[in-house]
Ligand binder design. Structure first.
Ligand code: COI
Length: 410
């Protein structure tokens, strides 16, 4: 198992990692504690604080789950998974001290974590996250979709948020280990996927505004189905927000930082109260160019042309966005990234959204300045349907992966 590679490094790492402040408690702590007590080097390397296992030596946690075994079954109604968090069996945790670039991590039981109330992520929002999926194929294999793209995007975001990024190999290894350790939670073929959430946060304590002295990289997972409650193929009713902005030039809108998401909740909740599925944001300067939806990118189809807003620092560089552009080009569409005005969007034949969570979701209507523009009433548009099929065929192994976008885990 890949875990053993980490295990072999443990004793030599224990002193170097002594100043880590990540404390883990709650579910799994007593299991971890008894495992740690059994270790021969426990007296020197790991302190146990009351009922709480102190993983000042993150490598120690690897021993706690040296041979993680996924449950054979889990109690889930696979036909009604939805998109929510479920406590799975394992998560991956690594820490790095500021200025060292040295990451040490391991799998450990999924559970709560504690940190200083003064942690940089809690006070100043120093954090970035990723989202990717593992899917089950018809013959039982497990496929990851473009995880290297997520690793690269996290590296970019970490730089923007003044954090050290986990190296690509560590990122990929952590994702693979976490998926395999939670194999029982991967929905059966055709029933959904395992959503993977890599998270990089400043867990060290600060008071003055400064980067954290310590960073934690985590990977946890949850089985998911359709992101929107109305179901994957049900077209979305979207509302165009004209007052509040998601991002501005020079800001961090193009980075997957945690701090981009809470500000859109208010507008999203207001729109939901009025019966809309989500909100389309306009640019902060002219209030007329489409940017993105709260959690996904947007595309407009007109004949054989497909346009999506260009990346200029305010729009998230979605991996599904990038994949869909390539797939659409291969189908003969003229695809371009450019400024897309709200008029262009309203004049399109078809509109759809893309994202890891939303996959490809057709837009049924867009309401702007009190007027509702409907597309393909009640039905997803044909381009969105076709691209959805092509993309999910690749992700679930129904079509051969000639693009090299998937990584097989078993
Ligand atoms: C994703 O699509 O993976 C995201 O990160 C969006 C999130 C708001 C669920």
């Amino acid at each position: 198992m890949e875990t053993r590679a980490h295990q072999s490094q443990m004793p030599s790492e224990r002193l170097r990692l002594k100043s880590s402040r990540l404390l883990i408690s709650g579910q799994g702590a007593s299991e971890l504690r008894s495992c740690l007590q059994a270790l021969p080097w426990n007296q020197e390397g790991t302190r146990l604080q009351g009922a709480r296992a102190d993983i000042r030596t993150p490598a120690a946690a690897a021993s706690a789950v040296a041979a993680p075994t996924s449950k054979s079954t889990v109690d889930i109604d696979w036909d009604n998974i939805g998109f929510g968090i479920r406590d799975t069996d394992y998560m991956y945790v690594a820490t790095c001290q500021l200025g060292t670039e040295e990451w040490r991590g391991s799998l450990r039981p999924f559970g709560n974590m504690t940190m200083s109330p003064s942690a940089a992520v809690l006070n100043y929002g120093q954090g970035v996250f990723e989202g990717l999926k593992a899917s089950r194929t018809a013959d039982g294999r497990i496929l990851l979709f473009r995880p290297e793209e997520n690793a690269a995007r996290m590296t970019y975001g970490a730089g923007r948020m003044s954090m050290p990024a986990p190296p690509k190999d560590l990122f990929l290894d952590a994702v693979k280990q976490t998926v395999l350790a939670n194999e029982a939670w991967i929905p059966p073929y055709g029933k959904g996927s395992l959503y993977i959430r890599p998270l990089l946060i400043g867990t060290g304590a600060v008071l003055g505004l400064a980067p954290a002295p310590e960073f934690t990289f985590l990977v946890f997972v949850s089985p998911v189905g359709s992101y929107f409650k109305t179901g994957q193929m049900s077209p979305l009713d979207l509302y165009v927000e004209e007052v509040f902005k998601r991002a501005s030039p020079g800001g961090s809108g193009g980075v997957k930082t945690i701090s981009n998401y809470a500000p859109v909740l208010m507008t999203q909740l207001n729109a939901k109260k009025q019966g809309f599925a989500d909100v389309i944001y306009l640019d902060a300067v002219e209030n007329k160019y489409v940017e993105e939806v709260s959690s996904c990118n947007i595309f407009v189809v007109k004949g054989k042309t497909i346009v999506t807003p260009e990346l200029k620092g305010t729009i998230l560089p979605g991996i599904t966005r990038k994949s869909v552009m390539e797939l659409a080009r291969s189908k003969g569409f003229d695809v371009s990234e450019e400024r897309v005005s709200i008029e262009d969007l309203l004049a399109g034949d078809e509109v759809f959204c893309t994202g890891t969570a939303v996959v490809i979701s057709a837009v049924g209507s867009v309401t702007y300045q009190g007027k509702k523009r409907e597309y393909h009433t009640g039905q997803p548009g044909p381009v969105a349907q076709d691209l959805y099929k092509t993309l999910t065929d690749l992700q679930t192994g129904r079509s051969p992966d000639t693009l090299g976008w998937t990584i097989q885990l078993s």
